[in-house]
Design a protein around this ligand. Sequence first.
Ligand code: SAJ
Length: 430
Amino acid sequence: MDKIKTKKAKIAIVGLGYVGLPIATLFASKGFNVIGIELDKKIIESISNNKSPIEEPLLTRLLLSAKKNNKIQVTTVPSLAIKNANIILVCVQTPLSKKKIPMLEKLKIACSQVAENLVKGQLILIISTVPPKAMRMNLLLKIEGISELKCGRDFWLTYSPERIALGKSIQELIRNPKIVGGYDNRSTELAVQLWKSVSKGKIFSTNFETAEIVKLAENTFRDINIAYANVLALICNRLEIDVSEVIDLANTHPRVNIHRPGCGVGGPCLPKDPYFLLESIDKVSLEGSIIKIARDINDYMPTYVANLVVKLLSTLNKKIEKARIAVIGLAYKSDVGDTRNSPSKRIIQELLNYGTDIVIYDPYVTNASNKINMMKSLPDAVKNCDCVLITVNHKIFEKIKYEEMFSLMNEKPFIIDARDGVQIIYSDKN
Ligand code: SAJ
């Protein structure tokens, strides 16, 4: 406790990805000595070259100042880094398998490495998202079994899920409330004190199981709410009503907060976490049904949009395999360049299956696969297209003018704007 309060505690962070690296740089910027353990050589190389491997506001600045003050080191070798630390944070990925089963392999390996090198008196925080009961039934037993040390006597363990959104990671790490689920009171107290050194947000204490479900409940709530917005969009499309206005007006009610509809739900978390929650219950049970149906609705949205393109082209007597389509937006959400599970990529894949000519414009995405046809400007992308599909609500797309795009497009052009519902726009000249 004293070492935390005086910032003399040495911190090891296993996994320097989208979550681990912002946490590492933040602790280092507050004066802690931090060592990051990462197996991906590209990430290590990028950090060694003073460049953040992910595009995240403030991250490169924090990284540079941490390195200048000699507060952050990186290594590919876990043993010494773990042995020498007082506190170990585990921030590795826990993805979903193709069969929608949580894959905890990386987390289990990380916990085994921590356990093999565990020294009496250490505090461990698990930050990665886990399915319910994984802490007590799996990770705790593994760490105790391998280390032959006893939690609550020889070491302390907490579950403290990450709650930060890409693009705002540092500011949310500082401001967002924290959840700390400890094995016992001492584990909780130590982790609360640790977060207090970097966070201005409220810190809530609870047990393992509640903390596990809280994380999943948050993202599942968001997924279900977006699914409802998407269903409203489908209903409004049938009735030829503007869903955007419907939601804006409904949200003027003090107890209503409908999220925004779009062309699907992407990213590393929302398409995954509801399945982690479903792991704890019978998937065909009543309580599982709303979670599963919401997931299915959001998962269906890219297909809905791709089918709409095909249908509208056919109505205009244009052959899909001869059409040229510009997709404006490749990122999974607004104002970031990250394309993980991006709905746009799903739409593009479905349209490519028809043999369509596709061009893409997204100035945020700098690392797109060279197999896709990225254009350097909006006019370049839109020129000679039959259809323009706007998929992401980037701020810089606010200035987009439909008529300017129509003037560059082929005859009988149309635009599908999926930034807030799925709206079809035809040129006045048609
Ligand atoms: N989306 C909509 N409509 C909306 C809001 C979002 O269609 O009204 C779509 C986005 O376009 C995107 C997807 O949902 O495709 C996910 O967007 P997001 O804003 O939820 O962003 P994430 O996935 O980067 O971050 C979420 C956050 N969770 C919550 O807000 C409850 C973040 O706080 C979590 O830390 C993160 O998941 C995570 O890592 O779990």
